[in-house]
Design a protein around this ligand. Sequence first.
Ligand SMILES: *[C@@H]1O[C@H](CO)[C@@H](O)[C@H](O)[C@H]1NC(C)=O
Ligand SMILES: *[C@@H]1O[C@H](CO)[C@@H](O)[C@H](O)[C@H]1NC(C)=O
Length: 508
Amino acid sequence: MAAATGMIMLAALAILTPSARGLDRADFPPVFLFGVATSAYQIEGAYLEDGKGLSNWDVFTHTPRRIKDGRNGDIADDHYHRYMEDVEIIHSLGVDSYRFSISWARILPRGQLGGVNSAGIAFYDRLITALLQKGIEPFVTLHHFDMPQELETRYGSWLGAGIREEFGYYADVCFKAFGDRVRFWTTFNEPNLFAKFAYMLGNYPPAHCSPPFGTCNSGNSRREPYVAAHNMLLSHAAAVENYKKNYQATQGGSIGIVIAMKWYEPLTNSTEDILAARRALSFEVDWFLDPIFFGDYPREMCEMLSSNLPKFTSEEKRLLRKNNADFIGLNHYTSIYAKDCISSPCDLETYEGNALVQAVGERDGVTIGKPTAIHGYYDVPEGMELIVKYVNQRYKNTPVYVTENGYSQFSDNSMEDLINDVGRVNYLQGYLTSISSAVRRGANVSGYFVWSLMDNFEWRFGFTVRFGLYHVDFETRERTPKMSGNWYRDFLTGSRPVDQAHTLREDS
Ligand SMILES: *[C@@H]1O[C@H](CO)[C@@H](O)[C@H](O)[C@H]1NC(C)=O
Ligand SMILES: *[C@@H]1O[C@H](CO)[C@@H](O)[C@H](O)[C@H]1NC(C)=O
């Protein structure tokens, strides 16, 4: 009995090493920006209020069989009405910054055609003012997967070149309206993930794909993701050029882009798998950041995708390079093994398939890390330092903000289990420890945001998974702090009387 207890304690200590070492805010530079993150469609609700137009997600989620639980973001967390309560919660956590996105359809219900919706502007004005009054820095995303449905219909979302001018107009409206108070802008959230989900796998709007990737009404899974990405890259460059030329000097902010980045670990030590891991990173990260920093796509993508990859004109290359990002937003949730598919056949109708790589979660029957509620996402803290180093080394030590990192639980757990989220506490401790280690070794990381402030509408998973530091009851919309919320607050404010996680066992 005593021996068995001893074993459990040791196992728990191994998992809790970071907290045992007493990770705290002083392990990070004084100006390091700590925050929490959300996005408009996932929390706002009020989908038809105060002049807002329908967004692509409003229409998509109202189409049968798109979302796992058949639900939608019509109300979501009702943040549109409860934003003052949410600002109080954000403030109570002791964070420096709040990352949120603007709903394009709330600002421009019909794009350029219909004019600016002043009630939409007024909502974000109130939110920004409330944040600043509490000393919280707004960190604003322009495109977090949602756009006016009218533009999706007109341009196939990001397929038609005309969308670039629309995005430029939208960005300009936002810089003009909010830029006097917003010091951090990002153009796109995870355009790399969005392009594949929307145009390769068909599970985000406009739901395009082609066999063997899936069955959609239209699409070309081998070509359209790259066309959409091309238009997003050129939209990014034009918006940054406008900001730098017309706003940055007077408003004093900075502008970047947020890329979704897994860490790919070779499945074996074979040269083939080592090259496969490198190639997967190239198709995920370099795909967007090489054009932005060097003016063109990585060579291996040009070679392998040939005519499916659009080409930049020399003028566009100049525009891209000249307007590279002030910082890189890095969303990182997991590491995964990369298995080469050139030397041996595998299933290629997948996210990494075009790189001739298969992502696998296990080596010799052992998962790469503790699984989470999202298939293929594991708790692998050391991957954070590796991806940060990769980005720093490749992109001239441009400052990185970790704009998302977080842990998912299945919604169908009991309220008690959801609140006692030891798994999330361990996850956050591990990843923060990995960042502090990277920073100690000279990495240029300037901030960190937990995804997410509170449980919310998780895209195709609906409300079946929860990422929040705060629990949200999706019937009453009541917000309740989880153990992780209290842990983050203690970490940030330095009030860590006892290490609660030590006294509790892992949730399952
Ligand atoms: C790869 O090689 C390293 C160093 O020789 C070794 O530590 C590691 O266990 C090997 N990994 C695999 C998967 O064989
Ligand atoms: C990080 O980037 C900033 C801005 O480019 C630069 O001033 C600073 O020297 C860099 N820090 C490190 C540790 O490289």
